[in-house]
Design a protein around this ligand. Structure first.
Ligand SMILES: [Zn+2]
Length: 500
């Protein structure tokens, strides 16, 4: 295989120090990676968009120093941008609102494929990257452009050229500009697989990154190869869709991509890692990335690779966290998304976890998870990064149980006991703070501490609601009382059925 790399998602609230990046790049080379891709989005201080440079984002100066040092040691550092979809970090910064394609946001946001000023803005970002990064490849993103054709300017072209034409013409031009600058453009392949006619617009030198996280890439890579393109197969470390990581899923996904890349004549494999915020962190999962490097470059057995990169305690604890715990809970098993973190953290209302996980967490499944967390902790020294995912599982179970106790008191009309139980529950949640602080100091998310604070503040809000219930026999259902949209005396609570 001529290419083995991994992609570091700096865009999702990461702010590692130069020393941390030095260490990561050095280890990446040691374990067999030829390249580290840096997924940047808005987390780079682009000279052409100074208004978008947030606190502790990567600067051109630091990037240049790291490139110079690690290029000399044989490691490629490849810039990964986004230039159409996933532009929310720009669009939601003051001064970037004009880039928005439409109001139909789905969490992420897209810029416009038609307006010349949007195309030139995107080209400005690419030019900035070309001036700082000197690798032959520059990745332009292009994934999940789900709002294609929605603004009036794009809609006017849509009837004639379709989404394939909108996407293909936009990236055809940008890829040709990259080639004219003496570099080679890359794109994620999901949009061209969805709209294959778009491939007709792309120069054949464009590299297509075929990411298939739920199944092997054989069929899609074969289609892209048959269309005449070089392909890089892209598996994922499954942290973004789990509480910590789905370990077997990760290993299988990476192995299948390596097999299919070889069989279908792809250039190689890029192991992607996504997000690592919302109470996950690279500090806890990067040994898996290093193990994947040994596996891909030396065909080493997975266990041996993990033992070599992280030692026996990590390897043992990873098996429990990554396979053992997900196998005892239907709620946590692979394929059910990151439901624990989604309900506890992402929506800033931790009571959602009580709503969706009561039965398991308060019963035998919860007991089993607590026992497994105990085994993880017994294997690891205090302060070890894997102690946090263990604590997160434990806090999840104990939090739901404490809220259940508060609910029982509410049913019994003992409102003072209910409020006291909620205070107990808040103290359980607050146990996550030291681990979140450590992850932030390592170079991970600083926003997660704000998320914890928001969750704790909401517990206080609910305690106030308990203390200020309307007089009389009627009380709102506890599920309504803990809803974000609860209003005192709004008995029908129409708005409480809306989930977002
Ligand atoms: Zn548009």
């Amino acid at each position: 295989m001529s290419f083995i790399g991994w992609m570091y998602d700096l865009a999702r609230e990461q702010s590692p120090s130069e020393e941390r990046l030095d260490e990561i790049f050095t280890r990446s080379r040691e374990v067999g990676y030829q390249a580290v891709a840096r997924y940047l989005e808005h987390r780079f201080a682009y000279p052409s968009a100074p208004w978008a440079a947030g606190p502790a984002c990567l600067t051109p100066e630091v990037a240049r120093r790291l490139i110079a040092r690690h290029k000399a040691r044989g490691l490629r550092i490849i810039p990964f941008l986004n230039t159409l979809g996933h532009m929310e970090g720009f669009i939601r910064a003051e001064g970037g609102q004009w880039l928005r394609e439409s109001d139909t946001t789905w969490g992420s946001e897209q810029t416009c494929a038609t307006r010349p000023e949007c195309r030139e803005f995107a080209w400005g970002l690419v030019s900035d990257a070309l001036s700082v990064f000197d690798d032959e490849w520059v990745h332009l993103g292009g994934d999940e452009a789900r709002q294609l054709g929605e603004c009036p300017a794009c809609a006017a072209r849509l009837a004639e050229i379709g989404k394939a034409g909108l996407f293909g013409q936009y990236y055809g031009e940008m890829c040709r500009r990259v080639l004219a600058a003496g570099r080679r453009p890359g794109l994620w392949s999901d949009m061209v697989l969805l709209f294959p006619e778009a491939l007709d617009h792309l120069p054949r030198e464009t590299l297509l990154f075929d990411w298939q996280y739920d199944h092997r890439p054989r069929d899609t890579t074969r289609r892209l190869r048959a269309a005449g393109f070089d392909v890089i197969c892209c598996p994922a470390v499954h942290t973004y869709d789990s509480v910590w990581c789905h370990l077997d899923l990760t290993r299988t996904n990476i192995d299948e991509h390596a097999e299919d890349a070889a069989a279908e004549g792809a250039l190689g494999v890029l192991v992607t890692t996504w997000e690592n915020h919302h109470f996950t962190s690279y500090a806890a999962s990067i040994p898996l990335v290093y193990a994947a490097g040994r596996r891909l470059s030396r065909r080493e057995d997975w266990i041996r690779a993990l033992l070599a990169t992280a030692g026996p305690a990590y390897t043992y604890a990873a098996e429990i966290l990554g396979n053992g715990i997900p196998s005892v809970s239907d709620f946590l098993r692979p394929g059910r998304w990151r439901r624990l973190r989604d309900a506890l953290v992402l929506r800033l209302n931790p009571f959602r976890l009580w709503v969706v996980w009561r039965d398991e967490a308060t019963g035998r499944v919860g007991d089993r998870i607590l026992a497994l967390c105990g085994e993880v902790d017994a294997a690891l020294p205090s302060g070890h990064p894997l102690r946090f995912p263990s604590e997160l599982h434990r806090v999840g179970v104990l939090w739901v149980r404490a809220v259940e106790d508060a609910y029982r008191a509410y049913v019994d009309r003992d409102l003072e006991a209910c409020s006291e139980q909620l205070a107990v529950a808040a103290r359980i949640l607050a146990r996550l703070r030291p681990g979140l602080q450590a992850a932030a100091e390592w170079g991970g998310s600083h926003v997660d501490l704000e998320r914890l604070n928001a969750g704790l503040a909401f517990v206080e809000t609910v305690r106030t609601r308990v203390r200020t219930l309307p007089p009389g026999a009627y009380r709102p259902a506890f599920q309504t009382l803990v809803n974000d949209r609860y209003l005192r005396t709004d008995q029908a609570g129409w708005m409480t059925t809306l989930q977002r």
